[in-house]
Design a protein around this ligand. Sequence first.
Ligand SMILES: *Cc1c(COP(=O)(O)O)cnc(C)c1O
Length: 340
Amino acid sequence: MAIELRSDTFTQPTPGMLQAMMAAPVGDDVFGEDPTVNELENLLARQFGMEAGLFCPSGTMTNQIGIKMHTQPGDDVICDQLSHVYQYEGGGIAVNSACSVTLLQGNRGRITAPQVAAAIQPDDVHKPHSSLVVLENTSNRGGGACYNFAYIEAIKELCVANGLKLHLDGARLWNALVAKQETPAQYGRVFDSISVCLSKGMGTPVGSVLLGTAADIKKARRIRKVLGGGMRQAGYLAAAGIYAVNNHLPLLAKDHAHAAAVAQVLQSKSWVKEVLPVETNILIFNTTDAMPAAKLVLQLQELDVRCLAISSQSIRFVFHLGVSDADTDTLCDILQQMPA
Ligand SMILES: *Cc1c(COP(=O)(O)O)cnc(C)c1O
């Protein structure tokens, strides 16, 4: 079997997860009557200390609903230039919310309070109204970089002082919590809404949850319906999420260790120009001119290793549930045996 490093979305459900899915009691969730969906939403709301949750088919949907519920058409959204909400959601901020965006040049996807302060528009009829800041933790295009929590708190203070809402794209928030030894509750206290993905490192087939106040989630439920995201017996999918929170969360630290071990091997290769610091399960490295990323991808593919070129000279490896200790050893051997 190939070693799959293109994304942590390639995981297959584990046997225990499949069993939990098959055994789930279900109902019609559009009527609010799927007990397993309700259980997942309540479980995560409780863990994050937030009032309510909403199960959705994708993280794109939970982000887009979060943005729409905090904004009015013509508002301006502030985020980092690498943000998933801007780069990889099909222009959804414009399509769904009719908002403009101010992009900040952060450090590996992470922005600071002074940058946000400089981006907030003055109260002037010529200007769009700044109403929302979106942060991403961990940062995907930042190579799995984590925020220092004090920086988030400083941004929150600024948002409160200026009447802006704060949304978190937490597609890989659990990776950050593990890496930085933080708690869900501290995030729940600071953010107005949080999107978490169950289909990344947590290993479920489908699903993300949007967390927020009861009033906001009521609004969100209406927006989800408009977007076509109201699902019926979705408890089969929610059951995978409950199983993942209880059983896969403790395994994330392994993925981080695997990424760090492979990074160390790459450091010794002459065709590697720079390995970005590895903080979680994503490893990004830049290759020298002699080794275009596309060429390395093909070479590794011949050796049954699948990975992504994210630019002409950079490669991304993502570690997850489907990459075992043995796979990581094999990968290290393969890289060691390649020409120095
Ligand atoms: C994967 C991801 C999402 C959500 O993606 P979907 O494929 O729509 O579930 C959102 N933000 C980040 C940073 C991601 O990596």
